[in-house]
Ligand binder design. Structure first.
Ligand code: SF4
Ligand code: MG
Length: 327
């Protein structure tokens, strides 16, 4: 498929009373139709802010775009009117969140909320819109959709609520779906079911899918490509297979070591020591250097460039080539 979304060198800062936080510092990624991009990183790395800026739902103030571009199907979104952005939301791009309860209105039935979008934005009759809502609940594999369409969000379990939110986000047939930590609040079995569902919907509809997560394990099976974010930058970008085979950045290595492995019993999971930086005082040189087990003197002084490692793979580490050839 052709490129659906292009994010280029995006810069965002949050202007607060305490100072300016440099939240995004040159983020670039793209998504094609029919492909799954996983955006990986710890909380505060800028994954959600990038998605909110793409959707046009960044809180301004305090958030301000200070540089870069976002193109959807070639159209420049940062200069588009608010009316145009609103039209694109839902019809072209849609987003789901960790907390379905905050996205669903507690006082209306699930079916009403889906049908309402179809009535106001597609001009469908109440009857047709409700029939379509049942089809959508069916597509997200909610059993007994004809009955459940009449129920309220609180009558759904966590996993079913997540499915209902997915159905709602697909009502206007978007070409791009952004899922921000869609399974973080769910137990492991349900997590896998929701990931399978998203993967199947992506395939059946030929959608582009962006999966935002802090958990590399969750996206292992479904991602085509992975970008890893740290302190508002992309530190590594690779196809999923290549990244699992051999991480090209020390931060990715750390994330990999923190995934529980089924084949190792009684394992001591390593976590990356230290905390993500304060975005008002990003460390000099490589922003990861205070936590990096491989850091050397130059890491404290020089900001690493994006090293091109072949087949579209990049790493922002001074020693990227050496990492790739070691072991
Ligand atoms: Fe670590 Fe240096 Fe590479 Fe940064 S540039 S990730 S500090 S080795
Ligand atoms: Mg987030």
């Amino acid at each position: 498929g052709g490129r659906l979304l292009d994010v280029e060198d995006l810069h965002v800062e949050f202007r607060t009373r305490d100072g300016v936080a440099k939240v995004l510092n040159g983020v670039s990624y793209h998504v094609k139709a029919g492909e799954t991009l996983a955006v990986l990183g710890e909380s505060g790395s800028g994954k959600s802010v990038t998605a909110q800026t793409v959707m046009g739902i960044l809180d301004t103030p305090p958030g301000f775009v200070t540089g870069g571009a976002i193109r959807y199907d070639g159209e420049d979104l940062l200069t588009a009117t608010e009316d145009r952005r609103r039209q694109l939301r839902g019809e072209s791009m849609s987003m789901i969140f960790q907390d379905a309860l905050s996205a669903l209105n507690p006082v209306y039935t699930v079916g009403f909320q889906i049908a309402e979008q179809l009535r106001t934005r597609r001009g469908m009759s109440r009857k047709d819109a409700t029939a379509r809502a049942v089809e959508l609940l069916d597509q997200v594999k909610i059993p007994n959709a004809k009955q459940r369409v009449k129920e309220y969000p609180h009558q759904f379990s966590g996993g079913m609520r997540q499915r209902a939110m997915i159905a709602m986000s697909l009502a206007l047939d978007p070409e791009l779906l952004i899922a921000d930590e869609p399974t973080t609040a769910l137990d492991v079995t349900v997590q896998a079911q929701i990931m399978d569902l998203l993967d199947e919907l992506r395939r059946d509809r030929g959608m582009g899918l962006i999966l935002i997560t802090h958990d590399l394990g969750v996206v292992a099976e479904v991602a085509d490509r992975i970008v890893v974010m740290y302190a508002g930058r992309i530190v590594e970008s690779a196809d999923a297979y290549g990244l699992y085979e051999q991480p090209g950045h020390p931060y990715t290595e750390g994330l990999m070591r923190s995934i529980p492995r089924l084949d190792l019993k009684g394992q001591d999971l390593e976590t990356i020591k230290g905390l993500p930086p304060n975005l008002m005082k990003i460390p000099s040189g490589c922003p990861f250097h205070p936590r990096c087990p491989r850091a050397e003197d130059r890491c404290r002084e020089q900001v690493p460039e994006q090293h091109q490692l072949g087949s579209g793979r990049t790493s922002a580490c001074h020693f990227a080539e050496e990492l790739m050839t070691s072991e």
